[in-house]
Design a protein around this ligand. Sequence first.
Ligand code: ZN
Length: 593
Amino acid sequence: MKFSEFKYERPDYEKIKVSFDSLIHELKVSNSCKNQLECINHINHIRNHLETMGTLAEIRHSINTKDRYYDEEQNYWDKYSPLYEELDFKFYKELIHSKFRKKLEEKLGRQFFTLAEFSLKSFSPNIIEDLQLENELSSKYTRLLASAKITFMGETRNLSELTPFMQSRDREMRKNASDSKYKFFADHEDEIDRIYDNLVKIRTKIARKLGFENFVKLGYIRMKRSDYNPQMVANFRKQVKKYLVPAASKLYERQRKRLGLSSLFYYDENFKFNTGNAIPKGGPEWIVKNAFKMYSELSPQTGEFFNFMLDKNLLDLVTKENKAGGGYCTYIPDYKTPFIFSNFNGTSGDVNVLTHETGHAFQSYLSRWIEIPECIFPTYESCEIHSMSMEFFTWPWMELFFSEDADKYRFAHLESAVEFIPYGVTVDEFQHYVYENPEASPKDRKTAWRNIEKKYLPHKNYTGCDFLERGCWWFQQSHIFNVPFYYIDYALAQICALQFWEKAAVDKNSAWKDYIKICKVGGTKSFLELEKAAVDKNSAWKDYIKICKVGGTKSFLELVKLANLKSPFEDGCISSIMKPINNWFNSIDDEKL
Ligand code: ZN
């Protein structure tokens, strides 16, 4: 079946509620574990179907936002999602209090129960109004940014339309575009301050109503962090400061030299090469054709997977009129298929989508056996291991897309991975400050942000921009407003992905050694013996497949262990990964790229 043939039908809430309630009741009164398990499977079957319908409506609406039918359906889901969520909560309550819980955990995995418990801990009927207010404030911020109308070079533009100008080869243009962007934020400074201040206050209020001292603990619960705490994250940041910040500073210094500038200012940071960034050497169809070749060569599993995606039309890649912005990967449970959405625009970002989102999609494809909707994708910090690692596993094929500029692509890719982490911990430390000090004033927050920046991003040079110098950079970081504490996830996952990057490079050498071995034995062995001798010793890839298959049935540190990676929280993890990274950078003459 092709994607267009996947059937959408609006569910009938009243009917669903009746069968849900009767199943939950049965679950409650049942005296046999077998019968309880049947109830749970039945409930999950219904929930998978609801998820399928909601996801289909969302995908089709994002492909054509002007489609009247799916626009109407989107409204239905916006309205009914909270009601369906309420049914989930009833289910969770019975589930975690089951008298057969231990046996059920053995059958269904402990993670499902942990997730259910966390959802319950973060909710109570007496915070509904507060949650609504939180959503309202968060939407207000999103709408304010979306409403930006900035006159630049004689035309009215939105914030994202300024981006190409901010990366222009013309330095004056970069500066002007940056200044126009930050002028928009400065013009709305009071309003954004007010929105954020109210968000901090309402979140603190919700946390206290739920019995927490402040929002920090609740923030971790909302992010479903079951096996690490703020102290461990603080230790991670400490390691970043010690081992990663110096490496990132060196990269900025190399960039300054490469660009021939006397100082690297805030408006120069996104401009990486005087010769321009690497761009794919062909259009969308050509990129997909090469991606097919790449995934066929990478491994039998990826070859089969990519063929499946193409065959069923599960990729909507090219930008077109009325299509929503951005890129994402999602999963459609009833059809057991991933779906990838993007807006190809002729930059290296097109290849990033095909490696990053494909990493998410490949993981969910290998997790198709999982029938529990919560456990298809793991929690955020784990999800990004799959996607970011796939970006690195595909490195050897970048010539297919960038030809002679492949090294330039790889250099910029690894550079951005390393430079991102100190920024990631800046956002994280700031949010800890904010929610540990809910009474701080907007001005205090800005001072705190600037001080944290100086700690992790010492290269920042805001000369000439009072707004940024006062500590307002974070106004543009939507996660801070919309999903508190969601950010360190990317930094944690990146450290894991970098470990895969190193292992894959080492394994490549071991594959070569295996090849030499079979050359040497010549005709002294049979075909099968030879094949066995040559078996790809690619242990990094095997570890990767392992964690793709378990999907969301494990917690973050369980996944890290299963993948044979070092925990990012452990002392020594970051320092050991920085050695090969620094060596790799030293092996490339970036001034020639
Ligand atoms: Zn991702």
